[in-house]
Write a protein that binds this ligand. Structure first.
Ligand SMILES: Nc1nc2c(c(=O)[nH]1)N[C@H]1C(S)=C(S)[C@@H](COP(=O)(O)O)O[C@H]1N2
Ligand SMILES: [Mo]
Length: 256
């Protein structure tokens, strides 16, 4: 049988990441331990097909009901970007906002907020976990990033999607940025979100557009997204490790 060894390697990497998540997460602990132990015991014998089945079972982040919503979705990190251009956009209700989408794509283009809202939308109630030790459940609505990527057509060399944000983080004017791989980028729950809890996304939570990438930790979910670039490598962007916090020691793959 011809089993692609790349897929197996990726699968095992994910399995190890899932094992690590046991330490972090109290939720569903028993079933995860059983799942992981079973995985270790059988990993050598798994065929590619059954690997895909296991992946599919674990593919969606948990979704919740309205009754689970946190009364208030707190803000963390930047709560109002200190950037004159951003402040001008906000003062005009983001009427002049354009999301630039380019890099290794066949058809680079930009989107107004109205154009993003006109795309088919997805709504999901999910739990946000910040490494600083808090969680919140919120209801997000947005355009799946997959729809935008389909429109711009990533080239075969595309490997990552990078989000460039409006907020300067320090005196040198360095801005927040983040990146995800193509699997997360095309995931059904990965959104360019413009609404939180049935209201327009507040500035403190990333208006006008913030990323939701629900199988990842909070710092991957870039707020104030101004530009998206499809790239084949991360080491020549900003600090070279794929994100503002990654450049300061956080893991790039924050998946659970
Ligand atoms: N542009 C930008 N995105 C960001 C941050 C930030 O400071 N700037 N903070 C990150 C962190 S650490 C978390 S936990 C979440 C917080 O999102 P919230 O403000 O909606 O709670 O946004 C992430 N995305
Ligand atoms: Mo965070």
């Amino acid at each position: 049988m011809n089993e692609p060894s790349d897929s197996r390697r990726r699968f095992l990497q994910r399995a190890l990441a899932a094992g690590g998540a046991l330490v972090l997460s109290g939720c569903d602990r028993l079933s995860r331990i059983e799942w992981f132990a079973g995985l270790l015991a059988s990993a050598e014998k798994l065929t590619y097909a059954s690997q895909r089945l296991l992946l599919t079972r674990r593919a969606m982040a948990q979704e919740f009901s309205e009754a689970d919503l946190s009364p208030f979705f707190r803000s963390n990190g930047t709560s109002n970007p200190r950037d004159p251009a951003y402040q001008a956009l906000a003062a005009a209700g983001f009427a002049d906002y354009r999301l630039e989408v380019g890099g290794l794509v066949a058809h680079p283009r930009s989107y107004s907020l109205a154009e993003l809202k006109a795309l088919p939308s997805r709504t999901q109630i999910t739990r946000h976990d910040c490494v600083e030790g808090w969680s919140a459940i919120g209801k997000w609505k947005g355009a799946p990033l997959a729809r935008v990527l389909e429109a711009v057509r990533p080239l075969p060399s595309a490997r990552y999607v990078v989000f460039f944000c409006a907020d300067p983080m320090n005196a040198r004017g360095q801005r927040y940025y983040e990146s995800i791989d193509m699997e997360d980028a095309f995931h059904a729950q990965t959104l360019l979100a413009y609404a939180l809890n049935d209201a327009p996304l507040p500035i403190r939570n990333g208006a006008p557009i913030r990323v939701r990438v629900e199988r990842q930790l909070g710092y991957k979910m870039a707020k104030y997204v101004m530009r998206i670039a499809v790239v084949d490598r991360l080491d020549d962007i900003e600090g070279g490790r794929g994100g503002y916090w990654e450049d300061r020691g956080y893991e790039w793959y924050a998946g659970i």
